[in-house]
Design a protein around this ligand. Structure first.
Ligand code: GLU
Length: 550
């Protein structure tokens, strides 16, 4: 099930906990009267957070150090959730890097759940620095891919610097990272289509929207003049379906207000500034619109629009306007993060779309989001995504994060060459493919876990399976690629534990799988020593036969 906004749900260090540990001058035995008490004890949790930043033990930190620590967790100073914190910090002495006294720090901690979570690592991606370092490496590795060419069906698209490249990401609790040309704006083109579809769903509901649009991949190119056997566009992510979506959104409003409504939605999704609009792109789109006009007339002939009287010119103009909205990679990543977060903007906590509508949207992004490469993308990358001819691509890892990759050169399918390259490398390293959980590559990482946590968990599972003689679990762990020879911090292996507990079948199984028969633990003990000490004679025999001591 899609979960609600993660930051609220996840805070492990609550304000109540902190207040409970905070000193109070009101004495209960004295009817709450204030007494002269010795110097109050400091709240230990807050102290520890402070100390973790005050590495030099100076009893103060600087505002710069504070932001730096939050930055390492991906929390940026412009985060809308930190307006109160910014106000408190603005009151500090106006020097280049003002000191932040403990009392102010304490006030910040008490007032901001986000700061508490960030400082204690209770975020979606606990090792955010490590994850971002990998993302940066993948970016660098994708940079040399200089194939493809920029879209040139309108001059404005052909004019962009083709070598630009940006990667941005935003987790469901608003950890952000951007690299490359992430502040440069580009027009959304087809990457706006999933959002338009969500807007139509929000307003009209699934049944009505799908009275006008199908939900199958078309099997044809994105602008092919083809409809399904009901005379409807195949899905909302190809041109015909996207034009149809535009005919459904806020039919009650005049064009200017309708477009403002759309911009409002984008702004809610980014949690920040109002998006831009590229008028030159819009005008060019409108001038070179024969194909889209043909699609609209074809759909009208088939009676696909809500009303025969719909003004096709207005609908198409609205569609071109949506394609000409501009964002940068950093902003589009927040939009992707909101979709990963079941429709709630990670930076503001505002719900923009319902979880059910987001689920529908993700399903179609998964099957139809990448032009004629959609099946291949679902197969190899295994993630919902949408690309556009401006070279933008946004990808959703549900319940974890959204990513935007932007690089203008396109392959023959119309997808960003570097965008595809980046995605391939990302899923090579991380357990992001929708079906990786079935038994993916053991060497892939899971960023939801703290550094080393996956290995520790696996070892615990391995040792527990050995202690219990649980062969099916041992087999599954082996199938996942877990090292059966691994030992814990005392160098105790599965074989030590199975021998200690007299789990004959587990001992046999491990030996058959070729584990070393005589590993030595921290105290110099082997599995045979364990078996003898615990009087498991049969186990001892098997270990001897396997060559222990040889
Ligand atoms: N404005 C474009 C068109 O209709 C969208 C192209 C795209 O990104 O797929 O043709």
């Amino acid at each position: 099930m899609l979960k609600k906004s993660a930051s609220r749900a996840r805070s492990l260090v609550s304000a109540a906990e902190i207040s409970a540990s905070a000193p109070t001058d009101a004495h209960p035995a004295n009817g709450g009267a204030v007494m002269a008490t010795p110097a109050p004890e400091e709240p230990p949790v807050v102290r520890k957070m402070f100390k973790s930043i005050d590495a030099l033990d100076r009893d103060y930190i600087t505002v710069g150090q504070f932001w730096q620590r939050l930055g390492r967790m991906g929390i940026w100073p412009d985060d809308p959730r930190l307006s109160g914190v910014r106000a408190l910090l603005a009151a500090q002495a106006p020097t280049a890097d003002p000191a932040l006294e403990y009392s102010t720090f304490r006030e910040i901690i008490l007032s901001s759940e986000l700061v508490r979570d960030a400082l204690t690592g209770k975020m979606s991606v606990p090792d955010f620095e490590g994850f971002c370092a990998d993302v940066k490496t993948i970016f660098e590795e994708s940079l040399p891919s200089r194939g493809g060419k920029v879209a040139d069906y309108i001059p404005q698209l052909a004019k962009v610097d083709p070598e630009q490249f940006a990667v941005s990401l935003c987790t469901v609790d608003g950890q952000r990272f951007s690299y490359g040309d992430a502040a440069t704006r580009f027009c959304l083109q087809s990457t706006c289509k999933p959002i338009n579809y969500c807007m139509a769903l929000e307003e009209l509901g699934e049944a009505t929207v799908h009275d006008h649009i199908g939900r199958e991949p078309s099997g044809h190119s994105f602008n092919a003049i083809t409809l399904n056997d009901r005379g409807l566009p195949h899905n909302p992510l190809i041109n015909a379906g996207a034009i149809m979506c535009c005919s459904l959104i806020r039919r009650d409003l005049p064009p200017s207000e309708r477009f403002d409504y759309v911009l409002d939605k984008w702004q809610e999704l980014t949690g920040g500034e109002r998006p831009g609009f590229n008028n030159a792109v819009y005008l060019s789109e409108r001038e070179t619109a024969d194909r889209n006009n043909a699609l609209a007339y074809f759909m009208r002939e088939k009676g696909a629009f809500p009303s025969k009287a719909d003004n096709l010119t207005q609908i198409l103009e609205f569609y071109f306007q949506c394609c000409s909205i501009e964002l940068n990679a950093s902003q589009l990543a927040v939009v992707a993060g909101a979709i990963a977060n079941a429709g709630v903007c990670p930076l503001t906590g505002q719900r923009v779309f319902s979880p059910q509508n987001v689920k529908n949207c993700l399903s179609l992004m998964y099957s139809c989001g990448m032009y004629d490469f959609s099946g291949e993308f679902a197969f190899t990358i295994g993630l919902p995504a949408k690309s556009g001819v401006s070279g933008a691509l946004w990808v959703v890892i549900p319940n974890l994060l959204g990513i935007c990759i932007w690089s203008p050169k396109l392959d023959k399918n119309g997808n960003s060459v570097r965008g595809i390259e980046f995605c391939r490398k990302l899923v090579d390293r991380y357990l992001f493919h929708a079906y990786d959980s079935i038994g993916g590559d053991h060497n892939k990482k899971d960023p939801r876990l703290a550094k080393g946590e996956d290995k520790v968990k696996e070892l615990l599972l391995l040792i527990t399976a050995a202690v219990n003689g649980d062969l099916p679990s041992l087999q599954r762990l082996e199938a996942r690629g877990v090292d059966l020879n691994a030992g814990d911090y005392d160098r105790r292996t599965a074989l030590h534990l199975a021998a200690s507990e007299g789990q004959l079948n587990a001992v046999r199984y491990l030996l058959e799988r070729g584990v070393a028969p005589a590993p030595v633990d921290r105290w110099g003990g082997t599995p045979l020593d364990d078996a003898i000490r615990e009087h498991h004679h049969e186990v001892a025999e098997v270990l001897r036969a396997a060559g222990e001591g040889a």
